[in-house]
Design a protein around this ligand. Structure first.
Ligand code: HEC
Length: 679
């Protein structure tokens, strides 16, 4: 076993040898011991439907609001996927982790990252517009700077930003319709998920559990951004569930709600996962700690709690409850049920009646699990293992499986009603865990423990096809570095999933046979999609390494994967229609707040005038004459007003690729430059 030592936010020591490039799981080695033939006859030959010409869009994050990520398209299928070829690729001009799932509406693809929103012609890859976001440099987030996507509703786009702005945007040009702030970054809040619109209400969650926030879910009027309701995931004393906390632990109780929920229109219920309590050290917050590590069912119009189920009371291990709450209709012990399924980070695969919240099934889906001795189906509570009880009582170090990465991390799974299987990127990593006492400070990582990863030689993860009611693996595809981008399953009997080393794979959904692969430009940590336009089916995925495993694992095998976001789109390659005549390619529109403002120089103050002179002499060769940049250097027209201190600092001391000016220009001169830049 190789070990990677990691203490809080400090740098990590890597004790592994640098093996050859990872994820070479070249053939679909199915671990025979783990293969279980499903009771259902899913191995029959798939009948591929005749090719349909109808356009197929991707209207939601999750493909549908049940989050099944199942696409009813068959043109690309298990018979012809081997001839899938790139149709177009578009750079996203950014080196942060790219977790976005694009949506496709009326032939236009909308995608996001931490600082941009893109609209792209989905057939040709031509960028129609790009809208940039400015956020304070001291914005904190766990784990990895990213954004997961945009939401479309009734002719408007919605997204959240790392500094907790909820934005409504015009899909035609990216202009902001309204901009509301949900929380203060200084307290450790951040936002990375696409919002959900249910019954006419725009719903968003919050990240920040690792910073001791008290998290919530907000419901807003999509037209105006007005806050209609706020549901705190940590109840106050006196409220239902308030007695599951001691003293004032609830005030910084965590319970982040940072991924998207699902929606059942018929039941008019929204299902949302709630994350772990803060800090991780469970001895620091005795009690069940509701509604942490739970799934909650709420009314979208009022935020009223209808039912809840808690997976892991008083969780020490960062298991969360935020993994995709997927809605499926299946037979349970011979009776058709409306259920919610979740591959929880704690290693159990849950099946819950989504009408009542009753726990129906909870089975282990990972190979190694030792924090619990099972789930008591009478009470619905996990049977805590002796080693965990002892660790909490004594503070002694313990070896625990799975680790904080969980049995499955945030990458969304998919479910095929055709095969009856859920397809999930799973992890095979444990950790040595030592509780420590830690004082709370706003905006500082608040976890109260130290740890070492336990990384098996290999594989460290599997793409698993899981039978939901038993948790049993029907087939699995091992990988040296866990895949953590999510999966897509299609009616063409295909499962698509990307590797952190950059390969996009296609598998036979029934057997797990690997049918196709293509290495994209960077690592994949985003879920693939498929859409059909003018009778042609496309597969798309965003590539760009980053995210939680990249930030925390210290895995040396990732070090040769280059950063850089781009959108890759594939088609069957018999002459793609991506060739666009040069004259039809217009430069992308970059929205900036002041770009279109007519500048009347006669109104300038003395300092603005002086600043303008200095600017043209010292700054214009990088930032553009009159600040009109072509877009490759920082656009000073978007520098936010009221951040003079940041300006003085960045310009005096330099930032990134920008040289320091403190020796060459006086503070007064830099101050005049500021006046000019924000005038
Ligand atoms: C050699 C090219 C170059 C020159 C000359 C230059 N800059 Fe920059 N500037 C950059 C680059 C590149 C960035 C982006 C830095 C980053 O975030 O990595 C930047 C960023 C900035 C920022 C944003 C900093 C922040 O806090 O995010 C400001 C403000 C700025 N420049 C002002 C100026 C001013 C004023 C001048 C003239 C005195 C100037 N720059 C001259 C290249 C240059």
């Amino acid at each position: 076993m190789k070990k990677i030592v990691f203490f809080l936010m400090a740098t990590f020591l890597v004790a592994c040898s640098d093996d050859k490039a990872a994820t070479e799981a070249a053939s679909s080695q199915v671990n025979e011991a783990a293969v279980v033939v499903p009771e259902k006859e899913v191995l029959a030959e798939n009948s591929v439907e005749p090719v349909t010409e109808a356009d197929v869009s991707v209207p939601f994050y999750g493909v549908a609001q049940n989050l099944q990520r199942f696409a009813e398209v068959t043109q690309i299928n298990d018979k012809n996927v081997h001839s899938l070829k790139p149709a177009w690729v578009l750079s996203m001009g950014d080196n942060r982790g790219q977790s976005t799932q694009p949506i496709v509406i009326d032939g236009i693809m909308y995608a996001t990252n931490h600082n941009s929103t893109f609209a792209i012609d989905a057939k040709t890859g031509r960028q129609l517009w790009k809208s940039m976001i400015e956020y304070p440099a001291d914005t904190v987030t766990c784990c990895g700077i990213t954004n997961r996507g945009v939401t479309y509703h009734d002719g408007v786009l919605y997204r959240a930003t790392l500094d907790n702005h909820v934005l409504a945007m015009d899909p035609k040009n990216g202009t902001i319709i309204w901009d509301e702030v949900a929380a203060d970054v200084k307290e450790g809040f951040s936002m990375t998920s696409a919002p959900l619109v249910a019954n006419g209400v725009l719903i968003t969650g919050m990240s920040g559990g690792e910073f001791g926030v008290r998290a919530f879910i907000d419901g807003r009027d999509p037209k105006t951004g007005e806050l209609l309701w706020r549901f705190y995931t940590i109840p106050e004393p006196g409220e239902p569930g308030g007695d599951t906390w001691e003293g004032d632990d609830w005030k910084r109780g965590g319970g982040p709600t940072w991924l998207i929920g699902s929606y059942d229109k018929d039941l008019d219920l929204v299902y949302w996962g709630v994350g772990n309590a803060a800090p991780w050290n469970a001895a620091m917050h005795p009690g069940d700690n509701l509604y942490t590590n739970s799934i909650i069912a709420i009314r979208p119009t009022t935020g009223e709690l209808v039912w809840h189920y808690q997976f892991t009371p008083n969780d020490p291990f960062d298991y969360d409850g935020v993994n995709d709450p997927m809605l499926i209709d299946i037979d349970i012990d011979g009776t058709p049920r409306k259920v919610l399924i979740q591959a929880n980070r704690n290693g159990y695969f849950y099946v819950i009646d989504r009408v009542t919240g009753e726990l129906l099934k909870a089975n282990q889906y990972v190979d190694k699990l030792n924090w619990a001795d099972g789930i008591d189906m009478e009470t619905g509570r996990p049977i805590r293992a002796e080693r965990v009880k002892n660790m909490i009582a004594t503070g002694e170090q313990t070896e625990i499986w799975p680790s904080a990465f969980g049995g499955k991390n945030v990458a969304p799974m998919s479910f095929s009603p055709e095969t009856g299987l859920a397809y999930a990127n799973t992890f095979n990593i444990g950790w040595k865990y030592t509780p420590v006492q830690q004082e709370y400070k706003p905006g500082i990582f608040y976890i109260g423990m130290t740890f070492e990863w336990l990384l098996p030689d290999e594989p460290k993860g599997y793409l698993k096809a899981i039978e939901p009611t038993t948790g049993k693996t029907v087939w699995q595809f091992p990988s040296t570095i866990p895949m953590n981008g999510g999966t897509l399953v299609t009616k063409g009997n295909l499962v698509f999933s990307g590797a952190q080393t950059g390969e996009l794979y296609a598998f036979n959904a029934k057997t797990g046979e690997k049918l196709w692969e293509f290495r994209t430009s960077s690592g994949i940590i985003a879920p693939p999609i498929t859409y059909q336009l003018d009778g042609k089916q496309y597969i798309a995925v965003v590539s760009g390494i980053g995210g939680v495993y990249n930030a925390f694992s210290g895995d040396p095998k990732l070090k040769n994967v280059n950063a850089g976001g781009s959108i890759w789109v594939f088609d069957l390659g018999e002459g793609s229609n991506s060739t666009v005549a040069a004259e039809t390619i217009l430069p992308p529109v970059i929205k900036s707040a002041k770009a279109d403002v007519v500048d009347d120089e006669t109104t300038w103050s003395a300092s603005v005038k002086h600043g303008a002179e200095l600017y043209e002499q010292t700054c214009s060769h990088c930032h553009g004459v009159k600040m009109k940049t072509s877009g490759t250097t920082y656009d000073l027209r978007t520098f936010p007003e009221g951040q003079k201190e940041r300006f003085m600092n960045s310009v005096s001391n330099g930032k990134g690729q920008m040289p320091a000016w403190g020796e060459k220009l006086s503070q007064e001169e830099i101050s005049d430059l500021y006046d000019y830049v924000v005038h």
